[in-house]
Design a protein around this ligand. Structure first.
Ligand SMILES: O=C(O)CCC(=O)C(=O)O
Ligand SMILES: [Fe+2]
Length: 611
């Protein structure tokens, strides 16, 4: 035991050290600084600078030969399916389908490119953007968007903003995109900033503030290559206003129906207006207008629950308002759509933790840990809590100081239940959410799986079932669907299900009373009398009546929680039961269901009225 404890300890310490090192690794370590590279590469013709509504373009910033040279140096690039990380607690998904080559600032072959881009950035900023002092450039991305050959997803980059929340002193200020393909070499694939399609001229460079919503439409034929750069500097508060104004303008103009394909499993098509709303919602969240952010993101999630990050950021916005349960609801729904999303899992784990549901929190954080290293800190905290309260208190303080969410206080709870808008919010969240098959209906967003907020939360048990041992997964899924619909005080509730590669997890109501049979045996000597029996039988029959009324294909009889109500657990086939001579019963007319343990009189056609 002692050696186990040591091992545990060292694992925890290792996790924490690794996480701190990874977190603290300076973001600008690979950055390109102009001071070290002050030599200019020729002057820029200001006449080649064209100002649009949302962009400033420099025509022919790179010659045809230079564009070819860049493509030759960069090679075919790597798959870059996942992108669009919007910072801690934000969301990553298949926002982008492209191949990507990263150009590091210390790569001698590309120094002239960095210098040229720096010149474009500083010049357009001086003349038009006036975003403040530009400090340095990040590694460059050479991206290629290809039309899909086999009916798969065409290369694209869904609506996003390039902002990096949290890095105020060295945030992204300006984004640059250089067109490395001829406009006639591909179809679709336009870079749209706000509502403005940018130039397709070979070698043209487009600049726009990094807060601006933009996307690359799907390439339906050929390939589009582009070189993308981001310039960083201090993000001042004026930017927030400028960003809001720009987004509002973009949303107002965003009536064009812009369609971005999603993989076949996601039937929905992203609409321009919706994408812009999502970006604006994220932006509101970033600048601390949580309530407005939640309203905006909720509206987006209702129309397109697959909209990247909408549900996750909605949850963050709800949490920021103290509505922890609403945040959990949104994340449960997000997890059901994207079980392998680390950001969503990490947030769900944290929120379950804050809600005092440690096993669920641990489960979700553990799932997230491989995808998002910061969760390791929280997981370590869980581990340490098990052994040393002093250490866990210490780490709690550290994490709180680092800005991790504080545990929900009683005041928060009060606020959640008394907030006059809660019900309205919730109603909004419930309406018209589409499930995976595109059906309209209520989702976990609306499921209120923890009971009304004014009630004490019920406790749950998680049952893990090995997928490998499952004989008939379709039948099992059908059972789950039925069980999820059942809601009766004497029928065990199935709140939620989720799965990983090997197991399906059933989050069920916790029944702590043990088996009814054991109870009878235990109590029999002192007297498990008729009155006692009648009480339980009445509860069982009430459950049976309910099940029968709902006509599920199976019957359910439960053990008890011994808090006064019995709960069904065992599942039997009706047919099988009907042919079971010993236990056949004809109670309540047509009812066919096995009583695991019951008095002979109950099995007769008539029963006495319950007391
Ligand atoms: O492909 C482009 O032109 C722009 C890509 C982009 O927006 C990005 O990488 O952030
Ligand atoms: Fe971008």
């Amino acid at each position: 035991m002692a050696s186990h404890r040591h091992l545990y300890w060292w694992m925890c310490v290792g996790c924490v050290v690794l996480s701190v090192v990874l977190t603290a690794f300076p973001a600008n370590r690979w950055s390109w600084h102009p001071q070290e590279n002050s030599e200019e590469s020729g002057s820029m013709d200001v006449n080649s600078i064209n100002k649009g509504s949302f962009t400033v373009a420099v025509s022919a910033a790179f010659s045809e030969a230079e564009c070819e040279e860049l493509l030759r140096l960069a090679g075919p690039g790597e798959e870059a399916l996942v992108s669009g990380n919007q910072g801690p607690g934000y969301f990553k998904e298949e926002v982008r389908v492209a191949k990507m080559y990263t150009v590091n600032p210390d790569d001698a072959r590309f120094q002239w490119v960095f210098k040229r881009l720096w010149q474009i950035a500083t010049e357009t900023n001086r003349l038009h953007w006036k975003l403040g002092r530009l400090k340095f450039m990040e590694p460059l991305n050479l991206v290629s968007y290809t039309a899909a050959e086999d009916g798969d997803v065409n290369g694209h980059y869904d609506w996003h903003a390039d902002l990096m929340p949290g890095a105020e002193s060295e945030g992204r200020l300006l984004s640059l995109s250089v067109q490395l393909s001829r406009g006639s070499d591909y179809q679709g694939g336009a870079l749209v900033v706000g509502t403005e399609e940018s130039s397709r001229g070979l070698g043209d460079a487009v600049t726009f503030p990094s807060y601006m919503a933009h996307c690359v439409l799907p390439v339906s034929k050929g390939v589009r290559h582009a070189l993308v750069a981001w310039v960083r500097g201090r993000v001042n508060s004026d930017l927030a206003d400028a960003a809001q104004a720009a987004h509002r303008r973009a949303i107002a103009d965003g009536s064009k129906s812009l369609k971005i394909e999603r993989p076949a499993k996601r039937a929905q098509l992203a609409q321009a207006a919706l994408g812009l709303q999502r970006i604006y919602g994220n932006h509101l969240l970033h600048i601390g207008r949580h309530r407005e952010a939640a309203d905006m993101l909720r509206a987006v999630a209702q129309q397109d629950p697959y909209s990247p990050g909408a549900l996750n950021n909605l949850a963050v916005a709800e949490y920021q308002q103290g509505k922890l349960h609403a945040a959990i609801d949104a994340l449960l729904y997000a997890v059901s759509l994207r079980p392998n999303d680390g950001e969503v899992r990490a947030n769900l784990g944290r929120f379950f933790f804050l809600d005092g549901r440690l096993p669920l929190g641990t489960y979700h954080l553990a799932t997230a840990v491989t995808l998002w290293h910061r969760s390791a800190i929280m997981l370590s905290l869980f581990c340490m809590t098990a052994y040393c309260s002093v250490c866990s208190a210490f780490w709690c303080c550290c994490l709180t100081a680092l800005g991790w969410p504080k545990p929900r206080s009683c005041d928060d709870q009060e606020e959640a239940s008394t907030d006059p808008d809660t019900s309205e919010d919730h109603e909004l969240a419930t309406a018209n959410v589409q499930d995976k098959k595109g059906r309209l209906g209520k989702s976990e967003l609306s499921a209120e799986p923890y009971g009304p907020r004014h009630q004490a939360p019920s406790f749950e048990a998680v049952k893990a079932i090995d997928i490998g041992n499952m004989k008939n997964p379709t039948r099992f899924q059908r059972e789950i669907n039925i069980a999820q619909k059942l809601d009766h005080p004497n029928v065990v509730r199935l709140y939620e299900t989720f799965r990983d590669a090997r197991k399906i997890y059933l989050v069920m109501e916790l029944c702590t009373g043990g088996e009814l049979f054991d109870r009878i045996v235990d109590e029999a000597p002192s007297g498990f009398d008729e009155a006692h029996a009648a009480k339980y039988i009445r509860q069982i029959l009430s459950a049976i009546c309910y099940l029968h009324a709902h006509r599920p294909p199976r019957g359910v009889v439960k053990s008890t929680d011994w808090n006064g109500s019995s709960r069904s657990l065992s599942v039997f086939k009706k047919k099988k039961i009907a042919s079971n001579k010993k236990c056949q019963c004809r109670v309540l007319g047509s009812l066919c269901l096995t009583m695991v343990v019951c008095k002979p009189c109950v099995l007769k056609a008539t029963v006495a009225s319950p007391p």
